[in-house]
Write a protein that binds this ligand. Structure first.
Ligand code: SAM
Length: 292
């Protein structure tokens, strides 16, 4: 009996020790991994914030902001996987749009695509100010997903506009080998959207004078000066259907960098109001509103 009880008690003694050891090693490894990754994360964050304080980074960020160029991550395959898993069928077009220089960014990117996708069959979408096609890809990609509709892109394609923006358009135009219109065409073609886009090349005011179709979704992103955007709003908003949606880019006060660039913000403050429009909502620097 004695040896049996001894062996049982020694086995009992060993078991908790054994289980405890495995348990401890597991916990130790998990803690080690947490500490290590925490430490690396901390180091990475320190290095990044130190770099962000350098003049070189500030110059890079300012240039990127000014010239609307996308960063390396925005164009990466990883971002594509992310956009497609997060935004479903719109994800590819959202990702493709990020590759094109332009100024739509953050939540407004997704909202432009979502609103365009939410429109009825054969929707008429009009974009005033297309530049290289960054936002056109969002609007037209969504219509391709829905399988009907046309996105009308209105732009002079000559880099004209308000006094704040024209030197920036010129710099981008001079940096590219092809004229703006050809670069726009190439981007739309590469995005697989040519048959969803109709281009109206010319002054937006002149195009409006000859316009006859009721519009489901009007995106204003051309002249950013007060008189310029007011004149375009006056000519184009009358074609917006009752129940149609208007989106005005660059229209939040925080986005106003220069007096000659504050037209959209003023326009929204003065004209986009209830009861003519409801609901009114804002995403990044774009104001969206539904005409009553
Ligand atoms: C801010 S960019 C458009 C950016 C584009 N929506 C994007 O997301 O990439 C404005 C464009 O509108 C054009 N533009 C400005 N005023 C215009 C006008 N009155 N008629 C036609 N095009 C105009 C500019 O030359 C420029 O190509």
């Amino acid at each position: 009996m004695a040896p049996m009880s001894m062996s049982r008690s020694s086995a009992d003694d060993r078991r908790p020790v054994h289980r405890g050891t495995v348990h401890d090693v597991g916990r130790y490894l998990r803690e080690l991994r947490r500490n290590l990754s925490g430490r690396w994360r901390l180091r990475g964050a320190h290095v990044l914030s130190a770099y962000k304080r350098t003049a070189a980074y500030r110059r890079y960020a300012q240039r990127r902001e000014l010239y609307g160029a996308s960063d390396v991550f925005a164009r990466s395959a990883l971002r594509r996987v992310y956009d497609q898993s997060r935004y479903g069928s719109l994800g590819y077009h959202i990702w493709f749009s990020r590759r094109i220089p332009g100024w739509t960014k953050g939540a407004e990117v997704v909202e432009l695509a979502r609103v365009s996708a939410s429109l009825p069959e054969n929707a008429v979408v009009v974009e005033i100010g297309s530049f290289l096609g960054r936002s056109a890809v969002l609007l037209a990609g969504a219509r391709k997903v829905r399988g009907s509709g046309t996105v009308h892109c209105v732009d002079a394609f000559d880099g004209s506009g308000d006094a704040f923006s024209t030197p920036i358009y010129d710099a981008i135009r001079e940096a590219g080998r092809l004229p703006l219109r050809e670069r726009f065409n190439r981007n739309i073609h590469q995005a697989g959207l040519s048959e969803w886009v109709q281009v109206h090349s010319g002054r937006a005011g002149d195009v409006a004078d000859a316009w006859t179709q009721p519009i489901d979704f009007l995106f204003l992103d051309a002249d950013q000066s007060c008189p310029g955007v007011r004149a375009l709003y006056a000519k184009w908003s009358r074609h917006l259907k009752s129940g149609g949606i208007i989106a005005i880019h660059n229209s939040t006060a925080s986005d106003t960098q220069d007096a000659s660039h504050s037209g959209p913000t003023r326009l929204v403050q003065q004209m986009i109001r209830s009861p003519e429009y409801t609901p009114i909502w804002c995403m990044s620097s774009t104001t969206f509103a539904q005409k009553v």
